[in-house]
Design a protein around this ligand. Structure first.
Ligand code: UVW
Length: 284
């Protein structure tokens, strides 16, 4: 292959289609970035818990031919488990990102203009920023550690994965290792690592389509601060138009040294909702 051909091939491979085509040619590996939904899993106290019941069991109604069906019911907040925040989720000083009055926009109990149904399915270049690896603490960032713009820039540089406009940028803090311990993962007392206002602004300046993290609220939660003061949410959802994905599984990608991939996500088109449960995928 000539040098021109090989650099054209490299350039193509950095597009989402190129990444997918290369994966298909070389044999696809799909990383599941979503958590299983189980009763009692860690979640923010800001939201109603996940509940699952089986009101119709096999044998309750047996058809003449001996067949029978079981079916179940779930209830949950739309911000529980791995989920994406819609732009209707957060307002600032009474306004949503489109300038509309947040109270007016929710009349009737649904956000017609900015609800989860307006989040288009995603097939985009994904970048994993493995922050603990770059900071030399591969097991994870300390509780309540605020990931700085310098940390993000150093991580992207070290990996050789600059962030492009329209990308989906996933930030690994290492906190996902605590998911099996509900209180530890929720971090109400200890705090949780993540970006703060400065990190969110740095991210937004790179014009990603969405950002995500392996933590419950995406952003840094200070020890004892609860889940209420969320400045990165304001920057991303109200000021800059960047979707947020939370409670992701990112350790497998990091363990395999996968920092660039085709990112796939399809939100449930729940009309007017403030968020949606999702099962994101990274395809390499
Ligand atoms: C939290 O649950 C803290 O985050 P969000 O409401 O954005 O889903």
């Amino acid at each position: 292959m000539s040098r021109e051909e090989s650099s054209a091939e490299e350039a193509h491979a950095t597009t989402t289609t190129g990444l997918l085509l290369r994966a298909v040619q070389d044999g696809i590996r799909i990383y599941d970035l979503g958590r299983p939904l189980t009763i009692g899993m860690p979640q923010s106290p800001n939201h109603p818990a996940f509940w699952h019941a089986l009101p119709r069991r096999h044998g309750d109604m047996v058809r003449a031919d001996g067949g029978s069906a079981a079916n179940d019911v779930i209830t949950m907040g739309t911000h529980v488990g791995t989920h994406i925040d819609a732009f209707s989720h957060v307002s600032q000083d009474g306004r949503l990102i489109d300038g509309s009055d947040a109270v007016e926009a929710s009349r009737g109990g649904r956000f017609a203009a900015l609800g989860a149904h307006t989040i288009a399915p995603m097939l985009r270049r994904g970048v994993l920023l493995d922050v603990p690896a770059a900071l030399g603490t591969p097991e994870g960032c300390a509780p309540g550690y605020e990931i700085t713009p310098d940390d993000l820039a150093a991580t992207a540089e070290r990996q050789g994965t600059p962030i492009g406009a329209g990308d989906v940028v996933l930030i690994r803090s290492g906190w996902g290792r605590l998911f099996g311990d509900r209180d530890a993962y929720t971090g109400l007392e200890s705090g949780v690592p993540g970006v703060g206002e400065a990190g969110a602004t740095w991210l937004a300046d790179h014009e990603p389509h969405a950002v995500g993290a392996d933590t419950i609220a995406f952003e840094c939660l200070k020890p004892g601060g609860g889940h209420s003061l969320l400045p990165a949410h304001r920057v991303l959802l109200v000021e800059r138009g960047v979707y947020i994905i939370e409670t992701m599984v990112l350790d497998e990608l990091a363990a395999d040294g996968v920092h660039e991939f085709a990112f796939v996500l399809s939100p449930l088109p729940i009309f007017g909702a403030t968020g949606s449960p999702v099962r994101p995928l990274a395809v390499v």
